[in-house]
Structure formats: structure tokens, C-alpha cells
Design a protein around this ligand. Structure first.
Ligand code: HEM
Length: 406
């Protein structure tokens, strides 16, 4: 490892939440794999090294990768979790072989045809949300970017709309449980996770006796015909995973894209052109990376990008940094929707954990963004300043006030 001053990486500060890119560029130049002591993370910043991490899943394991600390849960929390399904697997935290069995089932049920069939519903949901906006001004995250993907996921799984807010709350409990918090808080989050596990297991059991044509029904049916069928609990991890992974990622992408149209008028024109919109959307994902980076744990000592990582090191594969790497992209920081190197972007990851929901996420953006721009003419920043998301590995807005010509 190099001996010079470490990289002043602190994505929890307002300045770096606004602009994480300069410090990452410095890291790519000076110390491409560095240790961030405050986060206890080895941050991997170059495209080549991030790709290595994502490809070599034996060395860079996903087991326990979401936990912010290797310490076990306190006994009070374990007791609550024991009343649920502690063995429930979450695809994002799995290594092969179980990862591949679960992912194989998803591939059989979450088909391009099923995703395509959702398009009219995505249009309808988006349209209703726009109908419900007040005249001429809104917090577009609150009233559109947040509810849209949640309702789409509800539709996908056949979960009733009245349950969706609750499912979101529980999903949030699951995420919070990965963070180090006071025990009393953790106990509450554990209760939320257990409730969500029960909800999802009940939904799977229900579809075993009463088949449905939603995605969960399709998963249950495909599983029944599988050579090595999964258990109900193994299947039930999936709606839980997808409801969490497929919600705020899309919220962030919508907010970040709209925000960019305010300073990038060409983007607005491209989004309104059905030919160009998909490229414009992909390019914003490349530049903004709603998931800035995600985590792995080393299974052995390993050398990467000039650093020696010990076994058990927590690693952040920094997709956003890789996406700005001049070794992988021409004019890496500029909006270039016609770029021919777009295929290398890592906003959806790469390798065995490549985003399962990428086709659905793209569909939602392709439907929602042009519709917003068409139906809200003159869309512009509102009077109140936007608020960026605080989670350090995310990029997006929790509030984006806008105005338009009513
Ligand atoms: C623009 C929106 C989205 C972005 C930027 C995004 C980003 C990502 C990234 C970077 C990964 C890789 C994680 C890793 O390597 O550790 C991932 C995985 C995943 N995503 Fe997405 N995602 C989006 C939308 C969705 C949607 C709509 C769904 C669900 C319908 C979804 C479900 C998943 C799941 C289940 C995984 C884990 C796959 C696995 O571990 O095999 N995502 N996503």
C-alpha cells in the first residue's frame, strides 16, 4: 500500500454527497484501492479492479456483505429473529451454489415477456400519479418517483396496494438492521423484518394452494417443476429482495435524471425523443450510478490495485467511480448519450449478481420520464432546495421540489 496521506473520502458529508466524483478521481490516480477507516471499508475505485471484484466471487464473497459490521447481532435481536425465519436467504447476500439455484428460478419466471406485459400498467400507474399532482408544483420524489416503483412492484408480485407502505416500512427495517444502532432500535427493526418474512412466506404458501398469474405465482409454479425445488422460505426471500432492491434504486434514477435536465437541456430533448430516450437514460445511469457501490467480504488475503487486503476485509466495489474512469470511458464525466463504450458501465453491476431488475428499471424510466416532461411543461426547480439522500452508498434525492406551467 502507498505511504502518502490517505484519500479524504467521506461520502457522509454534504459536500461529497453533492460531488463524490473529485475525491474518487483523486483515488483512482493516487491510491486506487484505499482503506476508509471511518467506514471500515476497502474502497475499490478503478474500473478494472471493480470488474475483478465482481468477477471473482470466490475471493470477494457476498455472504454477510450487507452488514455494516462483522459483529453478531446482540442476543435480544437474535431472540426476535429466531421467531421468524433466520435461515431465509437473500439473493444479494448469497454465493453459489444456492445463489445460482435461486437466480435460475427467477430467470424462469421473471421473463422478458412478463416484464413487457407490465408496460401498460406502468403507464397507467404513472399517469394516475401525475393526475393526482397539485397544480403547478410538487415534490416530485414524494408524489411520483417514490410511489411509482413501489406500486409497480406491488403489481408484479400481486400484493394489494393497501399493504405496500407497510411492506416498504418492513423492508426499511431489514436495511436498518444491517447498521449498528442502539439495541432497542435493533429489536424494533428485527420485529419488522420478521413481520415481512411472515408476510412473504404466507404469500408463497397461499400461491401453492391458489395459483396466481403474478410473478410470485409464476415462481411457485416454476419451482414445482424444478429438478431440485427450493423451499417456501427460500422462495419467500425473493419478493423481499426485489421489493427492497427494486424500489428506491428507481426512485433515485428518476430524481437524478430530472435534476440533470435542469442543467442539461439536451437531456430533456433526448428524453422526449423515443429513439434517443433509452440511450439518454443509460447514460444518466452511467454518470449518476443510483447504487454508488456495494459490498463484498474477502475470503482470503488478496492483492488488488496495489493494496494488500487481509482475509475478512470488507470491500466496497465503487460502481460510480469505475463509471468515471478515463481508462474505461472517453470523456468519462460528460453527458455523451451516443458514446460507444456505454456497454462497460457498471451501474447495474456485473457478473453473477448483475441486476435482475435492470430490464424492469429501464422500462419504468423509459415510460415515466418522457411522460413527466410531456405532461408537466416547463418543468423546473421549485422554490425550496432539493435534499440529497443521506445513505452513503446511494445517490439520489429524498426531496426534489419542482414547478411547471399549470
Ligand atoms: C435503475 C434502477 C436500478 C439500479 C441502478 C440497480 C442496481 C443494481 C446493482 C448495482 C446490482 C448489483 C449488486 C451487487 O453486485 O452486489 C443490483 C442487483 C440486484 N437488483 Fe437492481 N437495480 C435497479 C433496479 C432494480 C429493480 C427494478 C429490481 C427488481 C425488480 C432490482 C432487483 C435486484 C436484485 C434482486 C439484485 C440482486 C441480484 C443478485 O444478487 O443476483 N433492481 N441492482
Amino acid at each position: 500500500m502507498s505511504m502518502h496521506a490517505s484519500i479524504p473520502f467521506d461520502p457522509t458529508t454534504p459536500a461529497q454527497r453533492e460531488n463524490p466524483f473529485d475525491v474518487l478521481a483523486l483515488a483512482r490516480r493516487e491510491e486506487p484501492v484505499f482503506f476508509a477507516p471511518a467506514l471500515g471499508l476497502w474502497v475499490v475505485t478503478r474500473h478494472e479492479d471493480v470488474s475483478t471484484v465482481l468477477r471473482d466471487h470466490r475471493t470477494f464473497s457476498s455472504t454477510g456483505a450487507l452488514r455494516s459490521s462483522p459483529a453478531p447481532h446482540p442476543p435480544e435481536v437474535l431472540e426476535v429473529l429466531a421467531a421468524g425465519f433466520p435461515e431465509m436467504p437473500y439473493i444479494i447476500e448469497l454465493d453459489p451454489p444456492l445463489h445460482d439455484r435461486i437466480r435460475g428460478l427467477v430467470a424462469r419466471a421473471f421473463t422478458p415477456r412478463r416484464i413487457g406485459a407490465l408496460e401498460p400498467r406502468v403507464e397507467e400507474i404513472a399517469s394516475v400519479l401525475i393526475d393526482e399532482l397539485a397544480l403547478g408544483r410538487a415534490d416530485i420524489v414524494d408524489s411520483f418517483a417514490w410511489p411509482l416503483p413501489l406500486r409497480v412492484l406491488g403489481e408484479l408480485f400481486g400484493f394489494p396496494e393497501r399493504d405496500l407502505e407497510q411492506i416498504h416500512e418492513w423492508g426499511n427495517d431489514w436495511l436498518m438492521l444491517q447498521q449498528q444502532r442502539p439495541v432497542a432500535e435493533q429489536v424494533e427493526h428485527a420485529r419488522g423484518l420478521v413481520a415481512l418474512q411472515r408476510y412473504c412466506v404466507a404469500a408463497v404458501e397461499d400461491r401453492r394452494t391458489r395459483p396466481t398469474d403474478d410473478l410470485l405465482g409464476a415462481l411457485v409454479t416454476a419451482n414445482a417443476g424444478a429438478e431440485e425445488p427450493l423451499t417456501a422460505v427460500e422462495i419467500a426471500g425473493l419478493p423481499l429482495d426485489l421489493m427492497v432492491a427494486g424500489h428506491v434504486t428507481v426512485t433515485r434514477a428518476i430524481g437524478s435524471t430530472l435534476h440533470r435536465t435542469f442543467s442539461e437541456p439536451a437531456l430533456r430533448d433526448h428524453l422526449l425523443d423515443p429513439e434517443l430516450a433509452p440511450k439518454a437514460i443509460e447514460e444518466v445511469l452511467h454518470l449518476e450510478s443510483p447504487a454508488q457501490g456495494l459490498f463484498r467480504v474477502t475470503t482470503r488475503e488478496v492483492e488488488l490495485g496495489g493494496a494488500r487486503l487481509p482475509e475478512g476485509a470488507r470491500v466496497m466495489a465503487h460502481f460510480a467511480s469505475a463509471n468515471r474512469d478515463a481508462c474505461a470511458f472517453a470523456e468519462a464525466d460528460d453527458y455523451e448519450p451516443a458514446r460507444d463504450d456505454i456497454g462497460g458501465h457498471l451501474a447495474f453491476g456485473k457478473g453473477i449478481h448483475f441486476c435482475i431488475g435492470a430490464p424492469l428499471g429501464r422500462l419504468e424510466l423509459r415510460v415515466a420520464l418522457p411522460m413527466l416532461l410531456r405532461r408537466l411543461p416547463g418543468l423546473r426547480p421549485g422554490a425550496d432546495p432539493p435534499r440529497r439522500e443521506a445513505i452513503f452508498f446511494a445517490r439520489g434525492f429524498t426531496s426534489l421540489p419542482v414547478e411547471w406551467d399549470a
